[in-house]
Design a protein around this ligand. Structure first.
Ligand code: ZN
Length: 318
């Protein structure tokens, strides 16, 4: 039987300055910095993970902050256009006021019967908060910037921009098990077979040409996989579709494979475990720089190379 994914595991993007990045996601959006580590493939760059109170899969947006000297990205085909979080329907006014009072310009859009607040983060990455009925598995963070009643509910979904939707749509339906749910204004909405939080992928076509990866763009989107046994079945499913998945890579907090879908978007399939408590006390998540074992001997040199970052500023004022 083909494997199934409930939906998104995390989204990883490229930011500029790490301090500004953390101050936005923790200070304004109220997420928790659940892991402060380095890019395992490039230890001169931080890897910051922001999520709910425990960094539950399906709530985490992560960044490689390349600093403001890093190469700017260019939005285009083959990229994630928007990353959307769910909020409770009664929190729409709270969020609009909170964002606008901090000089974040907000567009309000009604789409498929839901209200979406759309804005950009300080590096130009498009984020939406979508008012969604239902429940959430997200775990509130009592010490956060935002009252627990209004905190983000984990992912709603992502919008992927491609030259032509057909090949990407075929991967969603034939490999990932998503189903076309709705279509409006050039937007096709797909939902995972299991539904629930983070289960939406919207596809839109763009004619601006291929995007270029860099500061202000999303690097990849990750979908949730149960465990490493299922990971092998995912590798076979992608290969049967003519794609070339990587071997399983140990990312310490999860195990991953990567595959580039035909529209150009990099997909990752990441296991739910072992999670962020594997190298830190759950109460202390994100409070210090943690390194993978093979880099621990080089800690002093690595810390000396990293850009200034004092940890996020919490902003609990209304
Ligand atoms: Zn990833």
């Amino acid at each position: 039987m083909a494997p199934e994914t409930p939906g998104l595991h995390h989204v990883t993007a490229i930011a500029g300055d790490p301090q500004r990045n953390a101050d936005f996601y923790v200070g304004i959006l109220g997420l928790r910095l659940v892991k402060r580590t380095v890019n395992h493939d490039d230890p001169g760059t931080y890897h910051l993970y922001f999520g709910d109170g425990e960094g539950t899969p399906g709530t985490n947006i992560t960044f490689f902050p390349w600093t403001d000297e890093g190469r700017p990205g260019q939005f285009g085909a083959g990229q994630t256009k928007t990353t959307a979080y769910r909020i409770p329907p009664e929190s729409v006014d709270y969020w609009r006021d909170r964002l606008e009072s901090r000089d974040v310009a907000v567009d309000v859009e009604d789409r498929f019967g839901e209200t979406a607040l759309r804005f950009e983060d300080p590096d130009g990455i498009e984020i939406e908060l979508v008012a969604t009925e239902g429940a959430t598995d997200a775990i509130p963070w009592a010490d956060g910037s935002v009252p627990t009643d209004h905190q983000l509910w984990g992912f709603h979904g992502v919008t992927l921009a491609v030259d032509s939707v057909d090949a990407t749509a075929a991967v969603l339906t034939d490999v990932l098990g998503y189903e076309l749910e709705d279509e409006s204004d050039g937007r096709r909405r797909y939902r995972s077979a299991t539904g629930g939080p983070g289960s939406i992928v919207d596809l839109v076509e763009t004619d601006v040409g291929r995007g270029r990866m860099g500061v202000g763009t999303v690097h990849h989107v990750a979908f949730t996989v149960a465990d490493v046994e299922e990971q092998q079945r995912w590798r076979e499913a992608f290969a049967d579709h003519g794609l070339s998945p990587t071997e399983v890579i140990d990312r310490k907090y999860f195990r991953s494979i990567y595959v580039r879908e035909p529209g150009g978007v990099l997909f990752e399939m990441a296991t739910t475990g072992p999670g962020f408590a594997v190298d830190e006390d759950p109460a202390e998540l994100g409070s210090e720089l943690v390194l993978p074992d093979h880099l621990e001997d080089e800690r002093e040199r690595i810390e000396g190379q990293l850009p200034p970052f004092d940890g996020p500023t919490v902003d609990a004022s209304d």
